[in-house]
Design a protein around this ligand. Sequence first.
Ligand code: PLP
Length: 441
Amino acid sequence: MWETLHAEILDKVREYCRLRHGPKPFLPGASRVPYAGRVFDDNEVVAAVDSVLDFWLTLGPQGDRFERELADYVGARHALLVNSGSSANLVAFAALTSRQLDRPLRPGDEVVTVAAGFPTTVAPIVQHGCVPVFVDVHLSTANAIVDRVAAAVGPKTRAVMIAHTLGNPFDVDGVLDVVRRHDLYLVEDNCDALGSLYRGRRTGTFGHLATQSFYPPHHLTMGEGGAVLTSEGRLKRVAESFRDWGRDCWCPSGKDNTCNKRFGWTLGTLPEGYDHKYVYSHLGYNLKPLDVQAAIGREQLKKVDAFTAARRANHARIRAMLAPYEEYLHLPEPTPGAEPSWFGFLATVRDGAPFTKRDIVRYLEDRHVQTRQLFAGNLLRQPAFEGVEHRVVGDLANTDKLMADAFFLGVYPGLTPAMLDYLESLLADFFADARRSPRAA
Ligand SMILES: Cc1ncc(COP(=O)(O)O)c(C=O)c1O
């Protein structure tokens, strides 16, 4: 009887998980203090195995449910799952170029963004023939300076596409004011900020479109994965079309004739009644994840509030550890009005400190504490951006400072009190040494 076997398999999987993936002892100085990683229990593994046994494979029933649950959690009308945060950014930007919109973006249009961040927030702008216009960021948040965003708007500006850096919301009121005054689109890269609040409302609901990543270091994981969020029906339709080969038809996989006129459309110069399943309204992609990934994502979403609380508590603890050393480091501040669900703890070595970023990063890494850079630093200094048409408004002095002197520590829910105690003692030793060293000129 397959039902009995199914239940037995899942029981065994639970037992296996407890043995194979149970908590491991932390040995200070020998074990790693990761900056991020998957945090899961037997529920995720059982959900994955169950979905594999079901063998639907392609995005299907689990995907439909996860899309609904994710949209409800964030507070957007629609969520579309994709196979990464980068794909989410690509689909979100592509949607804005659709000829089905009243005012689509066109090649040559300008999009205001920042250079201090992740490359695939900006790549879709260039990939669609638009021109990124870079503005500088605040040192304490690494988020766009709103006055610079306002100053960047010119006759060709049509959109703003920026991230909530390391989970700390950008100045949403300020950005929305510029966006509304100039009738621009806003794409909110919420990949590092799921669960963050701005004036009590979740980030990911302020832009025309927003994006999520579910790669393991992010707030939730489905292995590889991401999502596009929007509350506008038309944007949802075109984003879905770009995700799904560019097709005009919106039937879910395995279903036919949802529109009830599959052979009743006449579009462009296509033969009358040409099968709607094979009508393409966009030059699209196929960026869907598998249903098994959605099954994992659904289990992760059940943990999101606990994850957010842990991220906030870990961030607060690291802030308290570093507060006595503020003479050496710029420490992160939440944007006024924001309650971040932090992705990481950003620290920037002050000018004149008696050590460099490389010194402190090497010190920590040599002692098995993982650190990370603020992604690409200044994108314009990356080989990929050589020769890319762009504008810079003002200077990028803080962006360069962050590239030179900032790094971040993890705050993910997998950090244990023992790991944080170890980090605290390492930092105390490092700064005791720094205090004994003469200040740089
Ligand atoms: C702000 C931001 N946007 C987009 C991405 C891309 O997400 P993915 O790795 O899922 O493609 C990342 C990745 O970490 C990110 O930090």
